[in-house]
Design a protein around this ligand. Structure first.
Ligand SMILES: Nc1ncnc2c1ncn2[C@@H]1O[C@H](COP(=O)(O)OP(=O)(O)OP(=O)(O)O)[C@@H](O)[C@H]1O
Length: 824
């Protein structure tokens, strides 16, 4: 603790309350500097002032400074004469007084240490003013040699050579205006307002004066008084008002006193000059508003000190603009829609006869079961047509639902689905596959306004709904997606559609993919965009993971990335990645503190069943962890599987994947596993899918994107300038000491046997038990557990549960060790 206090920076020092020695010394130096500067400032000030009376005489002596006989008149002696001559005559003339201001400002800075930014700003403007005013005075005040100094004079000459007299004058006026507007913060309207106010005041006074004349009963004496000045009455109105006011002051004295109590000068001046009386008539607020104006000026110059961080961020944004994450690949071009093929040029073909026929069959079948129909409507989609039925009053919905198979039989079609009732509508839907389904090209989805204008974090154009609308969803909102379906029903195409959508919408700086492809062929095309869009573990060759053991490391590495990101978010005091990135863009987070722009990470696992079968819990645990926690920090999972059985899509996985896509599956049970309900078994395949995000299930025809199209897109992106490497995930040192570890018996811990006995007696394989009983440290206890596992005494790691113990009692344990020795 003590050492950390010593090391603390001066910034931290005041916070602790204890002022370390270093800081005190620093303060002393600052104080001495401030005093010296103050001293120097006064020397300058007095020598400058006395220059105006002594300058002419001293000028001839200034050259003889070394001569001790020479006498100067300047108040500050030879030094003063020299400084004044140097700054005023040879330098910038009267404007040199601003150097005095600079020196005093520096003294104040050292004495009170205000913001260095503010100091720089002040000095900059003072130097600017010195230059502008020396030129201005050199231009207008040519009668006096010292008005603009030699610099002002020469610069004028120089400007006049090029711009002429008039041009130089314009430059000077511009310089002064620039200074007044930007430094004094005089709003341009102020100039116009000043003119306007003066005009208003005059007219106001005139009208008041008129009112007084009209309203006042004209007394005889006044008449006489007015009569004394008949000719003046025809003069200016101001004079008229003045004559009117005379009686107001001279009449009852107490009133006059009351009115002018604030203006002692006015009271005295009243009888003397008429002009001084104006304040009596102008309402008091006017004068106070004037004061307020002056106050505004003062406040504005000192009002720049809210929180330092905010100011710094605002300044950085002002200077450099908001942080642009895409800057490194600023010339990156998004792939154009031309790279995609139009698979369905003709659009949806409506077969009137087919529609009519299906409608009649539905109506007939229902009539056979004595179900009357009040109304029937057909909506033609790309693969299925939805017949919406409004049954006669009093018909039970369950009755229609139970006729599903009969309707399918009468229509002689596969894939009939009955939705009773259609959510949000008071109707019953019967989906009948079209005899000629039309493909939905990815091109039509990408070019649709719905996708183009989608204001989503990770927009995905999945396909078209039954009413032929483009279906766009936000992966960031899902927040993870489970895709399942029997083989050959469109999963891989679906994954490609998802990835393509993101490639068309997101810059390489904004999203990274972690691709897991145990089939080794489905996602290989994305290798080309490795350095643009992929993320990988450090020291690995390929970004696309095809080896199951590497998947475990990658998943654990993603968990570390997740934890890192959470601590960044905590540090930045924000709740999610969006707010974090927003704050980072506004330069409110310091990269030196580890902050960086966080891209979204999308983990895609193409064959999840394969992974679960080979790696089991080792995969399920990190996946579940990521699924539970990663949504806020921008890691999203897409998991696809052919085998939607309960041992693949376990309860934990299901609970954390509310968004699910079901392609066609072979049984109702599979459909239930994916969607928690039937329906997926009634799909017709080839990209026909059901999408659910919790409650409603939507039927969508998935966008079709062919392998050559994906190849073209990845080639287009891959040929552009890329990052030096793929996005590197944090290193994960795998617990290689897992199931497959083979620890030499001779390397076993000296307490191995005792540990084994404790574990077998307690029938509980936990490291903490060993820690307690054998008084071991955590690491050693962990190592012994690994050795016990390697020996087969305890089972593998099972998350939060204790490991199973494979040996039932101490007698069996003795037997075990004897056998081992015999083998040796
Ligand atoms: N959206 C779609 N529109 C039209 N046809 C499609 C669509 N999706 C898939 N198909 C057709 O179905 C075939 C199989 O699709 P895909 O390869 O995606 O199946 P899969 O479910 O990934 O199969 P597997 O699990 O065996 O890899 C494609 O070759 C294509 O002809």
């Amino acid at each position: 603790m003590a050492s950390s206090t010593k090391k603390s920076t001066p910034n931290n020092a005041p916070k602790t309350g204890k002022t370390p020695q270093k800081v005190t010394n620093g303060k002393r130096i600052m104080f001495i500097m401030a005093t010296l500067l103050l001293f120097f400032g006064f020397i300058l000030l007095f020598s400058f002032i006395s220059y105006f009376t002594t300058g002419n005489y001293d000028q001839s002596v200034v050259e003889l400074l070394n001569d001790r006989e020479a006498v100067v008149d300047n108040w500050v002696g030879k030094l003063g004469a020299y400084l004044a001559n140097f700054f005023i005559f040879e330098g910038f003339g009267i404007a040199s007084f601003l150097f005095v201001k600079i020196v005093f400002t520096l003294a104040l800075y050292f004495a009170f240490t205000f913001s260095a930014v503010k100091l720089r700003k002040m000095i900059f403007w003072d130097l600017f003013a010195i230059l502008v005013f020396s030129v201005a005075l050199g231009h207008f005040g040519t009668d006096y040699a010292y008005s603009g100094g030699t610099v002002g004079y020469e610069m004028n000459q120089y400007l006049q050579d090029y711009l002429g007299q008039f041009g130089t004058m314009l430059v000077v006026i511009f310089g002064i205006l620039f200074y007044l507007i930007f430094r004094i913060k005089m709003a341009p309207e102020l100039f116009t307002n000043v003119l306007k106010n003066t005009k208003d005041k005059i007219t106001d006074n005139l009208s008041k004066a008129e009112d007084i004349i009209k309203n006042q009963p004209v007394k005889e004496t006044e008449k006489a008084a007015v009569g004394v000045l008949p000719s003046q009455e025809e003069k200016k109105m101001t004079e008229q008002s003045l004559t009117d006011r005379k009686p107001v002051i001279t009449e009852p004295k107490p009133t006059a006193e009351k009115n002018t109590s604030d203006f002692s000068i006015v009271d005295k001046a009243a009888p003397v000059t008429n002009f001084d009386l104006t304040p009596v008539i102008t309402p008091k607020e006017n004068s106070s508003s004037k004061a307020a104006h002056n106050d505004d000026f003062i406040i504005e110059t000192f009002e720049e000190e809210p929180t330092i961080e905010e100011n710094l961020a605002a300044k950085l944004v002002e200077d450099f603009g908001e942080f642009d994450p895409t800057l490194e690949l600023s010339h990156y071009q998004f792939p154009s829609a031309d790279l995609l093929t139009d698979h369905n040029t003709g659009g949806i073909t409506i077969n009137q006869a087919e529609l009519e026929e299906n409608k009649n069959r539905i109506v007939d079948t229902l009539n056979n079961y004595k179900i009357g129909i009040a109304q029937i409507k057909a909506t033609v989609g790309p693969t299925v047509t939805l017949y919406e039925i409004v049954p006669d009053a009093g018909i039970r919905i369950s009755k229609i639902k139970s006729l599903e198979d009969d309707i399918a039989l009468s229509l002689a079609a596969l894939g009939i689905r009955i939705i009773a009732p259609i959510p949000g509508k008071g109707t019953i839907g019967i989906e009948v596959p079209n005899t000629k389904p039309s493909a939905v090209s990815m091109k039509s989805l990408i070019t649709s306004p719905k996708f183009q204008n989608a204001e989503m974090e990770l927009p995905i154009a999945l396909g078209k709904t039954i009413s032929n609308e483009t279906f766009v969803v936000d992966l960031a909102k899902m927040p993870h997606l489970l895709m399942a379906g029997a083989t050959g029903q469109g999963k891989s195409v679906g994954l490609n559609a998802v990835l393509t959508s993101l490639l068309y919408k997101k810059h390489p700086a904004e999203v990274k993919f972690v691709l897991v492809d145990p089939k080794k062929v489905e996602l290989t095309l994305f290798n080309k965009i490795e350095r643009h869009y992929l993320a990988k573990l450090p020291d690995t060759e390929d970004a696309i993971i095809t080896d199951n053991t590497k998947v475990i490391n990658t998943l654990n590495s993603l968990c570390i990335e997740m934890d890192n990101r959470y601590s960044l978010l905590k540090d930045a005091m924000v709740r999610n990645i969006k707010e974090y990135n927003e704050k980072f863009k506004q330069r409110k987070l310091n990269p030196e503190n580890g902050h960086r722009f966080l891209p979204y990470i999308v983990l895609v696992v193409d064959e999840f069943a394969d992974l679960i079968m080979t790696a089991g819990k080792e995969v399920e645990t990190p996946i579940a962890r990521l699924a539970q926690l990663a949504r806020a920090i921008g890691i999203h999972l897409i998991i696809a599987t052919q085998r939607p059985s309960v041992n693949v899509i376990t309860g934990i996985i299901k609970a954390n994947f509310p968004a699910r896509i079901a392609f066609r599956v072979s049984s109702k049970i599979d459909s239930r596993t994916i969607l928690d309900g039937p329906g997926a078994d009634q799909l017709i395949g080839r990209g026909d899918l059901l999408y659910t995000q919790g409650n409603d299930t939507i039927r969508v025809q998935c966008g079709f994107v062919d392998t050559p199209e994906v190849e073209k897109i990845t080639e287009f992106i891959g040929s552009q300038k890329a990052y030096a490497d793929a996005y590197l995930l944090p290193e994960y040192v795998g617990e290689e000491t897992g199931t497959s570890l083979d620890i030499d018996i001779s390397e076993r811990d000296s307490m191995f046997r005792e540990a084994a006995e404790i574990i077998v007696t307690a029938q509980q394989g936990s490291a903490s038990l060993l820690q307690r009983k054998l008084k071991l440290g955590y690491n050693r206890a962990g190592r012994i557990i690994d050795q016990l596992e390697a020996a087969g005494i305890v089972g593998p790691f099972e998350g939060s549960k204790a490991r199973s113990v494979n040996i039932p009692d101490l007698a069996s344990l003795d037997q075990f060790f004897n056998n081992e020795q015999n083998f040796d």
